[in-house]
Design a binder for this molecule. Sequence first.
Ligand code: PMT
Length: 399
Amino acid sequence: MNFKNKNIIVGICGGIASYKTADLVSKLRQKGANVKCIMTSHAQEFVKPVVFGELSGNQVFTDMFGEIKEWDVEHISLAMWADIFVIAPATANILGKCSNGIADDMLSTTLIATKKPVLFVPSMNSNMFENQIVQENIAKLKSYGYYMLEPDIGHLACNVIGKGRFPKTEKIIENIDKILSGKKLLSGKKVVVTAGGTKEEFDPVRYIGNYSSGLMGYSIAKAAAKEDAEVILISTENFEEIYENLKIKKVKTANEMRSASLTLYDEADVFIMAAAVADYRPEKKFTKKVKKENIENLCINLVKNPDILMELGKNKKTQFLVGFAAETNNLIENGLKKLKNKNLDMLIANDVTQSGAGFESKTNIVSVIYKDGKIDSYPKMSKIELGEILINKISSALE
Ligand code: PMT
């Protein structure tokens, strides 16, 4: 990885992790980048500007109205000079300011003035990070095209274990490289996603079904398409094919979903089963609408449907296979069992009893369980954002 002739502005905010940014600046310079640093006044309470001046080999910008060294409007010329902005650590404060168009110091003003890519590296206490306002600001910034690097989970300066840790320098550099080189995460990969609840018919107008809206699966499919994968969504619901590389295969029943899945499985690099497949279907389908006049108690005998994911797991070759688990109790224990029994690489467990999680809702609360037993638990977030995070995690696991 070489950043020769690349101009990188590193914005440093007032968080305890600001001392770790010194390593980032040093490594970027070692890789050939021209680095200039902008520090907020709070950042200067943690680390002195001279550290970043020495490491970057350039003047550190701290003040909108300081002594002018070159006759230029500094925040504008910096905004244009940069090939990329990296804000590390990005505090709740800068995320809030930027998402609301506030420009009241050198860093926030320069950020508003730039059209170049901006990568935020949020790092803070886990309660602050999970705060709904911060999450909404992050979602808003992402929807405007700002890049966001997920903080790590681990030991935080406030002596708790949680999400908010500043990522390793190497991880930040990898993300800068991806943005600068325009590389997408899933170029050349085929991704198949299932979505929605299957509809098990017992007469021409009625079926047994569940509350799945298909939004979770669709959000994942969209996120994969955005990352340049060739995506097929096998869905019981109607969605728009908003990207050229996102195709939808409409199905109704578990058996139809099974045959579409098996047909596409061999060619898939990643297969994600987010659908809520009915475990049972009516044994018999009446050819005509059942009339209530002739029947007092209608008994419908149910027979077991095939477990599609189990079958995919048994026939797995090189595919990265992801399942979901909709649980009402013992989330992790049951999730781990499903991961193992179905031979999965990753399982996303949602506790569907929690408000804002699971079926129908626009948000979800999940734990991602990896094959090696590692578990990442996420706070409530929109299914759209979760789709992006899951695609990020899956693409990292593919590397
Ligand atoms: O569609 P939304 O309204 O957005 O809601 C999203 C969701 C709640 C449906 C989704 O997040 C979810 O949890 N999907 C899986 C629901 C489910 O059927 O869970 P399960 O624990 O019963 O099944 C485990 C896994 O086996 C799932 O990946 C499922 O797709 C698969 N399965 C289940 C039964 C079956 N006969 N065949 C299967 O392949």
